[in-house]
Design a protein around this ligand. Sequence first.
Ligand code: ADP
Length: 202
Amino acid sequence: MSGKNSKAEVVWHKGTCSANDRAESKRQNPACIWMTGLSASGKSTLANALEAYLHQAGFHTYLLDGDNVRHGLNRDLGMSDEDRTENIRRVSEVARLMADAGLIVITAFISPFCKDRNDARALFPEGEFYEVFVDTPLSVCESRDPKGMYKKAREGKIAQFTGIDSPYEAPSAAEVRIATENQTVEQCVEELAKVLMPKLKR
Ligand code: ADP
């Protein structure tokens, strides 16, 4: 990574330890496992369960969850298209730093726009970014409605709700697609782990 900040005279400081050195000491291949899908599709549930599974298997992980990040780092952002893009930009930069530190980062964000997800992917070295499409039909998400958000959106109490009055652009080339409708959480995690574990082992 090099280059200049466009808004200030800041030149990249090259460190002595490389990303590879840090990954070596962790004995794992750093990665960003990027979950995308509608609200209530199962991103947080699967991200949590996958993190527990990987942790149990000895990997050093970190989970970045949409709702939690909006309480801190991104608490100044709303739900306009512009703020959603900025939300994803900041999170992807944080994920990149964590992967650079040698970690396996799992993110759980609706991340509705293809361009924003592709911009996130572009921050990572080839083969470090895994887009996981948590593919659950809107009707199923709406019937789950664990936080009552769809009900509120239908009643007009929440504006710009993804799938209702804000678009969701489904990935066309995700590394993994998980259909949650007819599978248990455990089955989904097994499926994810089967694809991802061999890539994460060093
Ligand atoms: P999101 O993070 O995408 O908004 P959540 O994980 O918060 O979604 O909510 C998903 C809901 O769907 C939870 O109540 C979860 O128990 C339920 N669910 C049912 N089956 C599955 C599955 N196979 N995978 C993930 N979630 C599932």
